[in-house]
Design a protein around this ligand. Structure first.
Ligand code: PLP
Length: 388
């Protein structure tokens, strides 16, 4: 025991010294534009609940109804006896919303990425990722056993070099990227990436985690209009949809393969029926009139924030998204700025290595349809007063 505890202490000391210490903050309030921590209320600009659906009564009601009918636990994995009505309903709703033949729900987006890459690739294959890909995709790529190659963020020439190299290896080749990048809020150059992967006979997987609900007709994301040319689309139900879980959608064959091969699907207990039923309600809301009006509010707030932040001298991504990174550079500066904003009553965690590259530490501001114009103005005033 003593040796083990010493090891832990050494590791933790190294984390602290690098300025990368992390700890949990206990939140005692409902998920919304305000959070209460240790009795103090903060304006929350850190959530991925972009449409404010996480605490929507329709999602709560759907969960209650599902608990009444199915109970809380799903009891087993989907292939044993856990494949319940709400899972099937959710998969049908996702396929219909996203214009896919079929969809498969996982317990998280993280598990969905793992299931897909591990089912599709193995030794002798190549997976090519954008440099800014999410940890779930990087880990999935590593676990698949395929050779991992990275191309510079949104650099298509560099992607083409990787594709040329990969084509010579003789195995299958898969390119994966995000449609809206989680920490930068910028977008992949989708049309050109699709053209390139087709030219080289590679497959494409697109992670729509931060596009769903916000972008595209009915909030259906940025990849739908290219659906016929994209082999694999993935998303999460825990961000704009307001519930939890992840999914893959594509052809019937893709889903059948995952049901038969995806270890994170086969060997994991099915999501709670309550959560999947809430996700069905979330998808319905996102697609409908209420979703449309929430998106309008979201984009108004995004515009207000972008204008304000630009006039304070910060750069903003070329295209608007609900994610606005304020890149400050060093880890210490980001922590100092987070502290000042916290003092002023704003909850915006600093994002540091390894979530982003070293010396690209930032405050990741996220806007929600549930913010008011006054909330955004208050944040801009606090930012103007920050000293870094
Ligand atoms: C959040 C996220 C995931 C993982 O989804 P979870 O359902 O939270 O596990 C995958 N990719 C990206 C880009 C994400 O931001």
């Amino acid at each position: 025991m003593a040796g083990f505890e010493r090891h832990l202490a050494d590791e933790l000391e190294a984390v602290r010294e690098a300025g990368l210490w992390r700890e949990l903050r206990r939140i005692e309030s409902i998920q919304s534009n305000r959070v209460t921590i240790e009795g103090r209320e903060y304006l929350n600009f850190s959530s991925n609940d972009y449409l404010g659906l996480a605490a929507h009564p329709a999602l709560g009601q759907a969960a209650k109804d599902a608990v009444e009918h199915f109970g809380v636990g799903s009891g087993a994995s989907r292939l044993v006896c856990g494949s319940l009505g709400p899972h099937h309903e959710l998969e049908a709703a996702l396929a219909d919303w996203l214009g896919a033949e079929s969809a498969l729900v996982f317990s998280s987006g993280f598990a969905a990425a793992q299931g897909a890459l591990m089912s599709l690739l193995g030794q002798g294959d190549v997976v090519i990722l954008d440099k800014k890909s999410h940890a779930s995709m990087i880990d999935a790529a590593k676990l698949s056993g395929a050779t991992l190659r990275v191309f510079r963020h949104n650099d298509l020439e560099n992607l083409e070099q990787r594709l040329q190299w990969a084509a010579e290896q003789g195995g299958r080749v898969l390119v994966a990227t995000e449609t809206v990048f989680s920490m930068d809020g910028d977008r992949a150059l989708l049309a050109k990436i699709v053209e390139l992967k087709d030219r080289y006979g590679a497959w494409l997987m697109l992670d729509e985690a931060h596009a769903l609900g916000c972008h595209g007709a009915g909030g259906s994301g940025l990849a739908k209009r290219l659906a016929k040319r994209v082999e694999i689309r993935m998303g999460t139900l825990g961000k704009a949809v307001g519930a939890a879980g992840g999914f893959i959608c594509g052809s019937r064959g893709l889903v059948e393969l995952l049901v038969n091969k995806a270890r994170s699907f086969i060997f994991s207990t099915a999501p709670s029926p309550a959560v999947s039923a809430s996700a069905v309600a979330g998808v319905k809301l996102v697609r409908g009139e209420e979703g449309e009006s929430l998106r309008e509010q979201l984009w108004q707030r995004v515009e207000e924030l972008r204008r304000g932040v630009e006039s304070l001298g910060w750069g903003v991504p070329a295209e608007p998204s609900a994610i606005l990174p304020l890149i400050v550079g060093s880890e210490a500066k980001a922590m100092a700025m987070m502290g000042q904003l916290r003092e002023a009553g704003f909850f915006i965690p600093a994002i540091r290595y390894p979530t982003v590259a070293r010396n690209e530490a930032r405050l990741r501001v996220t806007v929600s349809a549930s913010h008011s114009s006054d909330d955004v103005q208050a944040l801009l005033q606090a930012l103007a007063r920050c000293e870094i």
